[in-house]
Design a protein around this ligand. Sequence first.
Ligand code: PEP
Ligand code: MN
Length: 337
Amino acid sequence: MIVVMKHNASAADIDTVIRQIEARGYKAHLSQGTERTIIGVVGDNRPVQPHNFEMLQGVEQVVRILQPFKLASRDFHPANTVVDVRGVEIGGPRLTVIAGPCSVEGRTQLLETAHAVKEAGADLLRGGAFKPRTSPYAFQGMGEDGLELLAEAREETGLPIITEVMAPEAVPLIAKYADVLQIGARNMQNFPLLTAAGKTRVPVFLKRSMMGTIQETLMAAEYVLSGGNRQVMICERGIRTFETATRNTLDINGIALLKQWSHLPVFGDPSHGTGRWEIISPIAKACIAAGADGVMIEVHLHPADALSDGAQSLKPEKFAALVRELKQLAPVLGRTM
Ligand code: PEP
Ligand code: MN
């Protein structure tokens, strides 16, 4: 349920509504727009009735949100959420490009890649230090040494860094280094992890599960939001279908619907969405055309030697060409870059 305040409601009116919500055992979440304030009544609020709030001073309207996700919905927060990562505004008019290797493999590899993607126009550097691999025998990542290298790359290039966190107990360690916590597709419904990320105030990049519906994805985001962390981004990275020619099927429908249903920034990841470097460029453009606020692209200096995801990694020069094309596309869609 949301309580929409009148545009001239006073701070005291808002306060009274919040106290009423809390007195009934629910949590009040504030969304302060330029026009008016909306207050989310969060919790299992089936027993609450709209008239419990309707007669309070300053209240314009009380609306039940029919979707099961509340804080993630556009009803609660009509304007786009803009997440600020060290001065990079994500979710506003400007498109965001996140790039870097699938895994941090070593100092030279990471620093050279970081400089190359920065030069090409990337806004954030990605790189996995703790990797969720299907096989226990595959490269598992460099661990904390990888995080140290990411921090060094940020120091050298100025690019904020994003890296994956796989377990709730690892959140403090990753948050010590990273500017954005990535929650991977395999952990989209790791509820203790979502709860732990919700307790931080570090921006979260939540990747859609390969088996998750759009609604389940937004419910996962709701876990983080309801913990009080409002800095959540969602990434469509391909879902499982019958098709075997590509690693996954990037759900363009999902991008467009997520943008309509939610105010959170939405990304496309054509690397994992396709598994094939040859089609990353057209699919990245399709993501942006569908309304994505940015893309995440895997880049490797020598894809053939990559310790993970080489087949879906662009060489730096191909990545630079893609960024040039996205820059041409952006204004056509009313975006900047
Ligand atoms: C990754 O970004 O390298 C990754 C493991 O992604 P996903 O969780 O989408 O598979
Ligand atoms: Mn990868």
